[in-house]
Write a protein that binds this ligand. Structure first.
Ligand SMILES: *[C@@H]1O[C@H](CO)[C@@H](O)[C@H](O)[C@H]1NC(C)=O
Ligand SMILES: *[C@@H]1O[C@H](CO)[C@@H](O)[C@H](O)[C@H]1NC(C)=O
Ligand SMILES: *[C@@H]1O[C@H](CO)[C@@H](O)[C@H](O)[C@H]1NC(C)=O
Ligand SMILES: *[C@@H]1O[C@H](CO)[C@@H](O)[C@H](O)[C@H]1NC(C)=O
Ligand SMILES: *[C@@H]1O[C@H](CO)[C@@H](O)[C@H](O)[C@H]1NC(C)=O
Length: 470
């Protein structure tokens, strides 16, 4: 995290031929905390330069996205209908309400599947071309052997795929990373038995902006997974506005193509930083883009039982300082601002900005297998994002089986339907600045949408019903 700002700075330095830190014009002149200058780059060091051209007709693209993502618009199916595959829909039994709920020692696929009311039938059928993907950056690699061990330990009660179907980009041969292991293992447990791809963009060696690199891989392919989850992000203020806008145009293109992009909302609550001596909340990007669906985090009320969910205090959320509030969330955000009894002081956030997250899922206390070792209590919105993505893939499976297009960009529909099919998380607040004015508290969840858990967490049978038609 935070890598790009520095590398961009280094590139600027290299081009200028001077050995001083010289960032882009809209960047701070001091090194961000946590970074040290290591002096002049070795002349033998290879650097790749990216020259990005300003994109044209962005306004028309934005109108197109609006049309193809609005279920009320005649353009929502966007193109030619295919004949449905010859397999018939499965009969879904009523989900069982557990009479006695046992203790669990952390979140595993069984716990996820129980909480979100998935049955053994809720898996990919293998008869569609449905697929899903997660994107990895910063030298995070997964190992198929970890996936096998994970499924041996935790995957006995649902059908699943034994390995990742395809790796796009370069996976290095290093040790497995916890982030990559987590993403692969939970995407493939929630979106069980659905073909899964991993996009690998090792950031450090190529000295480039990994998000753009990954997005260009997507733009360059015509057949690709319908759902993509990304558990990476940066402070919005640490990136140049030209870079943010350029990446955002790629998000619009993905939305126009009918792809669903999910991003983790971040793990620092509302965040905090100091601008000319005054504290403010600190939004995160790409979480703050109006063209992606952002996933926040929850905990069980009783951490050892499958109970109702409350706010996980780390759940990233807030208001963008770059993107204005998109029309699809106008009503929900106004409602929140007018009714929340615990609103932080106005000077801490930009109430006119795009507010996030849009949805949430459990983010606390996961089991992950990495380098053959089972690791307990892995937490963060990095966990909730692949879980939510996997469930959307299961819904796409039903849509494809009945001849409908995949869900595509979800937000306009999500807000139009007031979060139908989601469990509304109404208890708890997330963290923020540790000062007297706000005492560590950011926003608080409440009935309906809020900038902590969005519309809430998936109740699969209800969500399927809400998102199957049209
Ligand atoms: C899981 O997918 C495979 C194809 O990858 C398919 O043959 C199998 O029937 C599927 N399992 C279930 C329970 O649908
Ligand atoms: C785009 O796809 C073509 C054909 O598959 C390939 O040759 C080319 O290297 C790809 N470009 C990028 C940037 O991935
Ligand atoms: C699945 O099929 C649709 C329609 O033919 C196509 O647009 C999409 O790219 C395919 N997806 C993959 C991953 O092959
Ligand atoms: C508040 O957000 C808007 C975009 O909605 C932006 O134009 C403005 O600069 C932001 N204000 C601050 C102080 O960041
Ligand atoms: C799952 O179903 C049970 C029983 O209907 C319900 O109490 C629970 O809230 C549902 N889970 C979610 C996440 O909504």
């Amino acid at each position: 995290m935070g890598l790009r700002g520095c590398l961009l700075g280094l590139l600027a330095l290299f081009v200028a031929g001077k050995c001083s830190y010289s960032p882009e014009p809209d960047q701070r002149w001091t090194l961000p905390p946590g970074w040290v200058s290591l002096g002049r780059v070795d002349p033998e060091e290879e650097l790749s330069l990216t020259f990005a051209l300003r994109q044209q007709n962005v306004k028309r693209l934005s109108e197109l996205v609006q049309a193809v993502s609005d279920p009320g618009s005649p353009r929502y199916v966007a193109g030619l209908h295919r004949f449905p595959p010859t397999s018939s829909l499965r009969q879904r039994p009523e989900p069982q309400v557990a009479g006695t709920v046992g203790l669990h020692l952390g979140v595993t696929p069984s716990v996820i599947r129980e909480r979100y009311n998935l049955t053994a039938q809720d898996v990919g059928s293998g008869t569609t071309n449905n697929s899903q993907a997660c994107a990895q950056f910063l030298e995070q690699y997964f190992h198929d052997s970890d996936l096998a061990e994970f499924m041996r330990l935790f995957g006995s009660n649902f059908a699943h795929q034994a390995s990742v179907a395809r790796v796009v980009g370069k996976q290095g041969r290093g040790r497995a990373g916890i982030e990559a292991s987590l993403d692969v293992q939970y995407l493939m447990s929630a979106g069980a038995n659905i073909s899964t791809w991993v996009y690998s963009s090792p950031g450090r060696h190529e000295a480039q902006e990994p998000f753009l690199q990954w997005l260009l891989l997507l733009s360059n392919e015509s057949a690709l997974p319908q759902v993509h989850t990304v558990s990476y992000g940066d402070d919005e203020d640490s990136l140049s506005s030209a870079y943010i806008q350029r990446v955002n145009v790629e998000f619009m293109k993905a939305a126009a193509r009918g792809l669903t992009l999910l991003f983790a909302s971040g793990d620092s609550g509302a965040g905090c930083w100091s601008v000319s001596g005054r504290h403010q909340f600190r939004p995160s990007f790409p979480a703050s883009s109006p063209y992606v669906t952002t996933v926040g985090g929850t905990s069980f009320q009783n951490p050892f039982r499958v109970t109702n969910e409350i706010v996980d205090y780390i759940s990233g959320g807030g208001f963008s300082n770059v993107f204005p509030r998109p029309s699809y969330q106008e009503e929900a955000v106004t409602q929140f601002l007018n009714s929340s009894p615990h609103l932080p002081p106005q000077s801490y956030f930009n109430s006119s900005g795009r507010a996030y997250p849009d949805v949430a899922a459990l983010s606390d206390g996961y089991w992950v297998v990495s380098n053959r070792v089972p690791i307990p209590w892995v937490s963060g919105t990095s966990a909730s994002t692949p879980v939510f993505g996997g469930l959307l893939s299961l819904i796409n499976e039903h849509r494809l089986l009945s001849g409908r297009p995949p869900l595509g960009f979800l937000n306009p529909r999500l807000y139009q339907q007031h979060g139908a099919g989601l469990f509304d998380v109404t208890h708890g607040c997330h963290e923020s600045c540790l000062n007297e004015e706000v005492e560590g508290q950011g926003f608080c969840s409440g009935p309906g949408w809020d900038p902590v858990t969005g519309w809430g967490t998936p109740n699969f049978p209800a969500l399927l019903k809400a998102l199957l038609n049209p």
